[in-house]
Design a protein around this ligand. Structure first.
Ligand code: UD1
Length: 360
């Protein structure tokens, strides 16, 4: 069996890492895995550092497509990946997540009559303003095998008329990565380096266009975080999109003066920062799940989430820029929300995926 997996961005790497390991155990048994990197993320901090931290073998094929508008990026990835898939002729193409690389690779593969397995299928925010929602709906509508993390994802797909034989619930692959690397993450020196105490700071990550692209929205968020930093250090590694926005007028250096702004951190440092935080403020999908698994209170700066189990069973709560100051005060003054890890968040998802592929 020949499998081509396609990754492009930081969260894709967290999702593919355990599968690379499981496929590696099968290598030589009539099983070949080819890893393709589209180059959607290319900075070492967003890509190379994650390969090293997660011990992912270097990509077999690098497409180096880079940044651009959605149309440019998607089109460039499609053009670059078509000859690769024609040459490799895989039995399965695996696409994780919901980024532009996911959709671009899917469209090319299905038109070449190749079988596509979507990893993390069925998640829905029901918010079509999000580019990721478009990527999810379109990928799921044409992929052959929909590997879902949770029961709500199965229900979403059933509602869209997808036949049950295309859907397999395998669990949350990010949790596999977390379980495998938690001990190493807890040895990270980042707390000492930053002079932080366990439970003595707030960890922040923000990169969604809906939070960072509009200066008025971003300014409002920064004001609330700045007020919080008078009571608790605020540790905020900056995604390149966010850094660019913060450096543009009308943002002023005063807006960020009191925050501890850092370059993007690697996977192990991020998990250590999360695991030891008093709470986290984020708009990342991955951090909503990781905080639920680790039992760290999480405020998600979004109107909705495609990961509802983190709200119903986990430690997550949604907030908005105009509510942030109030919700931060509540978190500081009230006992935190407790949660339990949802079903199938057990670290065995990659093995279940391998079994499903072997069955088929
Ligand atoms: C992408 C995904 C988003 C995911 C996020 C994780 C889409 C539509 N969005 O958003 O779902 O949550 O990755 O980080 O696929 N840039 C760099 N260095 C890089 C990559 C990008 O500086 O290595 C800058 C460029 O200026 C680029 C901007 O960041 O224009 C945005 O990058 P892009 O890949 O378009 O989207 P993300 O915001 O990273």
């Amino acid at each position: 069996m020949k499998i081509v997996s396609v990754v492009g961005t930081r969260p894709n790497l967290v999702k593919i890492a355990p599968l690379c390991q499981s496929f590696d155990h099968q290598q030589g048994r009539a099983w070949q895995h080819v890893l393709v990197h589209t180059g959607q993320h290319y900075d070492d901090a967003l890509s190379g550092a994650f390969f090293r931290d997660l011990q992912i073998p270097p990509p077999d094929i690098q497409l180096n497509t880079g940044s651009g508008s959605h149309a440019e990026q998607t089109a460039r990835i499609m053009q670059a990946i078509e000859p690769v898939l024609c040459r490799e002729r895989p039995d399965w193409v695996i696409v994780p997540g919901d980024v532009n690389s996911t959709l671009a690779a899917t469209l090319v593969a299905v038109k070449l009559s190749m079988k596509v397995a979507h990893l993390e299928a069925g998640l829905r925010s029901f918010d079509r303003r999000m580019p990721e929602e478009i990527n999810r709906v379109l990928t799921d509508s044409v992929a052959d095998l929909l590997l879902t993390p949770s029961a709500d994802a199965d229900d979403n797909l059933a509602r869209e008329g997808i036949p049950p034989e295309r859907i397999r619930r395998v669990g949350n692959i990010m949790v596999d990565t977390l379980v495998r690397h938690l001990d190493r993450a807890r040895q990270s020196a980042i707390l000492t380096r930053l002079g932080l105490e366990t439970q003595g700071y707030c960890y922040v990550t923000l990169h969604r266009p809906s939070n960072v692209d509009d200066p008025a929205t971003l300014g409002r968020i920064m004001d609330s975080l700045s007020d919080l930093s008078q009571q608790l250090p605020v540790i905020f590694p900056l995604h390149p999109r966010t850094r660019t926005r913060l450096e543009q007028p009308p943002m002023t250096p005063a807006a960020t003066a009191r925050l501890r702004l850092l370059p993007p951190v690697g996977y192990l440092d991020s998990i250590q920062l999360l695991d030891s935080a008093r709470f986290v403020v984020t708009d990342s999908g991955g951090l909503q799940e990781e905080s639920t698994f680790l039992g760290i209170p999480c405020l998600t700066l979004r109107d909705n989430t495609e990961r509802p189990v983190t709200l119903t069973e986990g430690t997550n709560r949604l907030t908005r820029p105009e509510w942030l100051a109030r919700d931060l005060a509540t978190l500081l003054n009230q006992p935190p929300k407790r949660g339990i890890p949802p079903e199938y968040w057990d670290g065995n998802t990659a093995d279940r995926i391998v079994r499903v592929l072997l069955e088929r």
